[in-house]
Design a protein around this ligand. Sequence first.
Ligand SMILES: NC(=O)c1ccc[n+]([C@@H]2O[C@H](COP(=O)([O-])OP(=O)(O)OC[C@H]3O[C@@H](n4cnc5c(N)ncnc54)[C@H](OP(=O)(O)O)[C@@H]3O)[C@@H](O)[C@H]2O)c1
Length: 338
Amino acid sequence: MASMKYYTVQPGAGIDGLTLQTGEIPEPGDGQVLVKLHAASLNFRDLMVVRGHYPGVAPGALVPLSDGAGEVVRCGAGSTKFKPGDRVAGIFMQSWLAGPMVDADAASGLGAGLPGVLAQYRVFDEAGLVPVPAHLNFAQAATLPCAGVTAWNALFGLSAVQPGQTVLVLGTGGVSIFALQLAHAAGARVIVTSSSDAKLERARALGAAAIINYSTTPDWAPEVRRLTGGRGVDVVVETGGAGTLAASVAATRRNGAVHMIGVLTMGQIDPISILLGGVLVRGVMVGSRDMFEALNQAVEVAGISPVIDRVFAFDEVKRAYEYLQAAGHMGKVVVTLD
Ligand SMILES: NC(=O)c1ccc[n+]([C@@H]2O[C@H](COP(=O)([O-])OP(=O)(O)OC[C@H]3O[C@@H](n4cnc5c(N)ncnc54)[C@H](OP(=O)(O)O)[C@@H]3O)[C@@H](O)[C@H]2O)c1
């Protein structure tokens, strides 16, 4: 029987708890597909999983990571959607296909409620896969399922950002850089904050119309107001969390929208500012398969190349986690699985 390698970790065991395992390559069942995974990408959430801080994790050791891309090797009986050789990626929540998310979908997240993709082979229900854009290699395609879809959902999931509107993205992590690229491609004016001038210059090259260093300008909301002629931005992709929310609301125009995504900082907010500004504050939880397919279409038509900061080999997984944890990256951190 052919064998494969994969990693497991006990949530709470930390990065050092990541353990290389060897096992049999699984067989696809009815309606299922065996995928040879070539690349996986890391998200901040994967640090939360190893730290034991992520909700909805199945008991015991798990296969981590949600975002993987590879090629179909074998299709089980009754599986008609894909054929061997098709290039695919798994959707973040395996049961959330379309429409609004329901409670049960939360338990179907790869690398948390369900086994993840830090494995050389994985069987998926065919419904839990999407074809990947033709111009992307596997490393690039592996950046899409969480960061790409989340940015898409924030910008287009409830109502679509319009050409000429202004979008604020916080920091230069995976979600924020996808939001920059997608909003720019949609004709929006994008303002980017970062702790690093070097990253801000790279953001400008990716299409940012204005940049703010939040380390040297910690009170950045007035600067955003100034950059928008006093009006405020139409949309914030809020990856900072409680510690940045008050400034994000202060930087938003009357009746604008703040899409709550991140949990990177702690803090408090006075709800009066939300109320007085008529600001819509909306929680975003990644997105559905429909949204992933819409993202892929946009990525393909706009010719977007995901920004990969660094690629690590399969036996360098711990270093990849440490690299993400150090937050020196811009865009995505990827692991190859071959
Ligand atoms: N709700 C969802 O569905 C969902 C989906 C994906 C991610 N998330 C969350 O969104 C957040 C970002 O995720 P990610 O994977 O994109 O993370 P990431 O790639 O690890 O990005 C981290 C970056 O955030 C920036 N940052 C940190 N503190 C900041 C602050 N006070 N103000 C502005 N930027 C700050 C830094 O950018 P600079 O180095 O440029 O300063 C840092 O490099 C995490 O909290 C994650 O859990 C939620």
